[in-house]
Write a protein that binds this ligand. Structure first.
Ligand SMILES: [Zn+2]
Length: 95
């Protein structure tokens, strides 16, 4: 299932692994297609619950910008909301 949430695309779906059991895949992309989060886990969790988790990640992402923290490396951003470690400009996320 895909969902747009606060300018991010959240993607979760279940897929059979090579071993034959179901895995839950999840990813978060920004509107430029940059992949912020990606992974998989055992499928005990429901897809809708995982979407909730991803929404929380996005909320935290915006919270981090407010607190001038990079969501990639968790280092401090400079006054222009730029992370010199990741070469990321956070201004585009708050416009
Ligand atoms: Zn960073």
């Amino acid at each position: 299932m895909k969902k747009i949430y606060r300018n991010f695309e959240l993607d979760t779906h279940k897929e059979k692994s090579l071993a034959g059991y179901l895995l839950l895949y999840f990813a978060i992309y920004d509107k430029d297609g940059y992949e912020w989060v990606c992974g998989f886990e055992d499928s005990v969790e429901k897809v809708v619950n995982k979407i909730d988790d991803l929404e929380k990640w996005v909320d935290e992402f915006y919270e981090n910008i407010k607190n001038k923290i990079c969501s990639d490396c968790y280092e401090e951003l400079d006054d222009r909301l730029y992370c010199k470690f990741c070469d990321l400009d956070y201004n585009k996320y708050i416009k």
